[in-house]
Design a protein around this ligand. Structure first.
Ligand SMILES: [Ca+2]
Length: 338
């Protein structure tokens, strides 16, 4: 019988996990078999910085300067809750990415955590990479099929999520829950992934989004290229939701963008991401900078089958939201019209 973890960082997410933990067996485990000497301070940690804003284009280009902040590498013990099995603890410094072409050194996905725990022998899990879906699929976990997950960053809340588990970047303070879902639900998810891969192959490997809506403006068949804004977290060439806006800038369909880097936001720490605080496309609607008085932008992207809060509207910042070839993207202005 293992023991419960009592790491200070975990206390912040305990209220959110409590509902799940209460219905799980009491046999929680903790990965402390390697002794107490695990380092908790990463070699490349960067300190928190105050919010800092960047305006694009910069020197005529839709690229940020080279001296932008970088995110902290995961370093604190993390936990995963698995339906019917309990909570498992891991050291992020032990986790290796199954998709090293996507994640930069020190960074990895939610799925990588699961694969790591299975490799350590904490539970039985079989999985494979399906190239027709461009994702790893869990064939069985603890003898059961049809697993899916919920995950959110520190300060967030449990969200229905239709993002590939092996592309969801892990951060310290994250909450991760695995549970079985109806077979039909997984089939619909995988159908949406397969449609993305097919769409990308029909575009000869390029990301082309059939419809991008920004406020009241609709852009059709938007080609998207990588701009490598988050080279600290993602590998060069990985395409993100933010790249959609930067590509529209390249194409002169957006006049200006404001991106603000936050190390933390209230209870949410670390954040370590850029937030989009202005999309000026010159039509006079929602063109000004976001503010508490006027409002701001939120976005969603994915398959229409999972639009809104069915899975596409999740609190993953655009700069680390890897996209494969989504069916649509929408940026909503929340607040008063300006
Ligand atoms: Ca506008």
């Amino acid at each position: 019988m293992g023991k419960h973890t009592t790491g200070r960082r975990h206390l912040a997410i305990l209220p959110l996990l409590a509902a799940i933990v209460l219905v799980l067996p009491a046999c929680a485990t903790t990965d402390d078999s390697e002794g107490p000497s695990m380092p908790l301070v990463p070699p490349t940690e960067t300190p928190e910085t105050p919010p800092v804003s960047y305006y694009l284009p910069h020197d005529g280009a839709w690229r940020l300067s080279d001296d932008i902040p970088t995110g902290r590498v995961p370093s604190a013990l993390g936990t995963v809750s698995i339906e019917g099995l309990g909570a498992f603890t891991f050291n992020p410094l032990d986790v290796r990415p199954l998709r090293p072409d996507d994640f930069a050194t020190g960074h990895f996905s939610v799925f990588d955590v699961m694969a790591h725990l299975a490799d350590e022998g904490w539970f039985s899990m079989e999985y494979h990479y399906d190239r027709l879906l461009d994702t790893h699929v869990i064939d069985q976990l603890d003898g059961r099929k049809d697993w899916w997950y919920r995950a959110h960053y520190a300060g967030g809340w449990a969200e229905t999520n239709a993002m590939r588990m092996d592309l969801f970047p892990y951060k310290d303070g994250m909450s991760i829950q695995l549970a079985t879902r109806p077979e039909e639900y997984l089939a619909e998810l995988y159908n949406s992934f397969g449609a993305e891969v097919l769409r990308k192959s029909l575009s000869l490997g390029r990301v082309v989004i059939p419809e991008v809506r920004i406020g009241t403006v609709v852009h059709q068949n938007v080609p998207v290229s990588a701009h490598d804004v988050r080279a600290d977290v993602l590998q060069p060439g990985v395409v993100t939701a933010l790249d959609v806006l930067l590509s529209l800038g390249d194409q002169r369909r957006i006049d200006a963008l404001k991106l603000t880097w936050y190390s933390n936001l209230g209870q949410a720490t670390p954040v370590d991401s850029f937030y989009v605080e202005q999309i000026d496309d010159g039509d006079g609607v929602y063109d000004t900078e976001a503010s508490p008085e006027t409002g701001g932008w939120v976005y969603e992207t994915g398959s229409l089958a999972f639009n809104g809060f069915q899975g596409n509207n999740i609190r993953v910042p655009a700069d680390v939201r890897i996209i494969v070839s989504p069916e649509y993207m929408v940026w909503y202005w929340i607040g008063s019209p300006r």
